[in-house]
Design a protein around this ligand. Structure first.
Ligand SMILES: Cc1cc2nc3c(=O)[nH]c(=O)nc-3n(C[C@H](O)[C@H](O)[C@H](O)COP(=O)(O)O)c2cc1C
Length: 357
C-alpha cells in the first residue's frame, strides 16, 4: 500500500472516533428492541443479594462479568493511549477486549505499537484481534493473520462484516465476493477460534447458519439500535469529501437506518441453536446499542453468552467516567438478578422475559 493510502486509513480511524463521539450517528426511528421485553418479577427471590455472582465463561474461560469491550481502535498515534486505557479497564474488571481493525498493522509497521500496547496493560484477560471481511475476501494469508494474532497474543480473531459501512464509506471496498470460501479456509487453519461480528446492521439466522458452516465459534450480532455506521460515513462523505446526494432522498433515510435490531437477531439465532442441536455450542454476543446492565440482563435471557459495547464505552472514556459507568452497569445487572431470584448468570439466562403489551 502506498504512503498516501496508508495515511488516509490513519486519518479515517481518527475521524471515526471524533464523529462517533460528537456526531449525530444513532439510529433514528429504530431501537435495539430490548425495551420491548421485561423480566417477570419474582416476589420470592430466596437469595441474598450478597451471594450474587456475575462470573461466567466465554470460549471456555472464566470471565468476571458477561461484558466485553467491543473492537474500536488502533493504527494511529492517539489510538495507543485509547487502547492503553481500554486495556487497563478491561484488565481491572477481568472482562474481554477487542482491538480495532488491524489492517494498519500489516500496512504500516510503525503503527503496530498502538495495538501491541493492549497486551502490555492487559496481561491476563482474553484479547481479540480484528480484521474486516473485505480483507478476508481479498485473500489475506494465514501468515499475515498470524502476525496480527502474535502482536497482541490474541485469544481469537474477530472478523467484522460491514457491507453497509463500506457502501457509504467514500473510499469503501464493496467487493465481498469469495468471503465465505476464504473464511472457511482460514478458520480451518488458524490456531485460535474465529468470531464474526457486524458493526450495527445485525446478523440474521440465515447468515448465522452460513457462518457456522464456515467454522466460526462465536457470532456477535452487533445489531441496529446503537450506532449507524452508514451515518458515520455519510458525515465523512459530506464533510470531508464534499460529497453530494448519492441516493434519492426517499431512500436515504431508510438506508441510513438499515439493519436488524439487536433483540431480533438474538431471538433468531437462539431459535436456530435450539432447532439444530449441532449448533448448541455456538456462543452469541449481544451488541449494538447496549446501554445499561438491564440491556445486558435481557440479552442473556434472550440467549447471549455475554453483551458487548463500543460507543457508550468510548463516550464514557472520553468523559472520564468509564470505571463508574461499567460499575453502574454491573450493579444494574445485580439488581435484575436479585429481583428475579437468580444467584448466578446461568440462572439469569433461564429467567422468563415477557413481551410488554
Ligand atoms: C470509534 C469506533 C470504532 C470502531 N471500529 C471498529 C473496528 O475497527 N472493527 C470492528 O469490528 N468494529 C468497530 N467498531 C464497531 C463496534 O465494535 C460495534 O460493533 C458497533 O459500534 C456497535 O456497537 P455499539 O452500538 O455498542 O457501538 C467501532 C466502533 C466505534 C464506536
Amino acid at each position: 500500500m502506498s504512503d498516501k493510502s496508508s495515511n488516509r486509513t490513519i486519518d479515517r480511524k481518527q475521524s471515526h472516533v471524533e464523529i462517533c463521539l460528537h456526531g449525530d450517528v444513532l439510529f433514528s426511528g429504530k431501537s435495539t428492541g430490548l425495551e420491548r421485553y421485561e423480566f417477570e418479577s419474582n416476589a420470592l427471590p430466596e437469595i441474598s443479594c450478597s451471594e450474587i455472582s456475575l462470573a461466567t465463561t466465554f470460549l471456555g474461560r472464566t470471565i468476571a462479568a458477561p461484558l466485553m469491550i467491543s473492537s474500536m481502535t488502533g493504527g494511529y498515534n492517539e489510538a495507543e493511549e485509547l487502547n492503553r486505557q481500554l486495556a487497563e479497564t478491561a484488565e481491572r474488571f477481568q472482562i474481554p477486549l477487542g482491538v480495532g481493525s488491524m489492517r494498519q498493522a500489516l500496512e504500516n509497521s510503525s503503527q503496530r505499537e498502538s495495538f501491541a500496547v493492549v497486551r502490555k496493560y492487559a496481561p491476563t484477560i482474553q484479547l481479540f484481534a480484528n480484521i474486516g471481511a473485505p480483507e478476508i475476501a481479498k485473500g489475506l494469508t494465514e501468515s499475515e493473520i498470524n502476525i496480527l494474532l502474535e502482536l497482541i497474543r490474541a485469544d481469537g480473531l474477530i472478523v467484522h462484516l460491514n457491507a453497509a459501512q463500506e457502501l457509504f464509506q467514500p473510499e469503501g471496498n464493496t467487493d465481498f465476493r469469495h468471503f465465505l470460501d476464504q473464511l472457511t479456509t482460514l478458520t480451518a487453519k488458524l490456531p485460535v477460534p474465529v468470531i464474526v461480528k457486524e458493526v450495527g446492521c445485525g446478523i440474521s439466522a440465515s447468515a448465522a447458519r452460513k457462518l457456522i458452516a464456515a467454522g466460526i465459534k462465536v457470532i456477535d450480532v452487533a445489531g441496529a439500535g446503537g450506532i449507524s455506521w452508514q451515518k458515520v460515513e455519510e458525515i465523512r462523505y459530506t464533510r470531508e469529501f464534499g460529497g453530494e446526494n448519492r441516493f434519492s432522498l426517499q431512500a436515504l433515510d431508510e438506508l441510513l437506518n438499515w439493519g436488524i435490531p439487536t433483540a431480533e437477531c438474538l431471538v433468531a439465532i437462539q431459535n436456530l441453536k435450539q432447532e439444530e442441536p449441532r449448533f448448541s455450542s455456538i456462543e452469541i454476543i449481544a451488541s449494538g446499542g447496549i446501554a445499561s446492565g438491564i440491556d445486558i440482563a435481557k440479552s442473556l435471557a434472550l440467549g447471549a453468552q455475554l453483551a458487548a459495547s463500543a460507543r457508550n464505552i468510548l463516550k464514557a472514556l472520553h468523559e472520564g467516567t468509564l470505571e463508574r459507568t461499567i460499575k453502574s452497569w454491573l450493579n444494574d445487572l445485580r439488581a435484575v438478578m436479585f429481583l428475579t431470584g437468580a444467584a448466578t448468570i446461568d440462572e439469569l439466562r433461564r429467567k422468563r422475559l415477557i413481551i410488554k403489551q
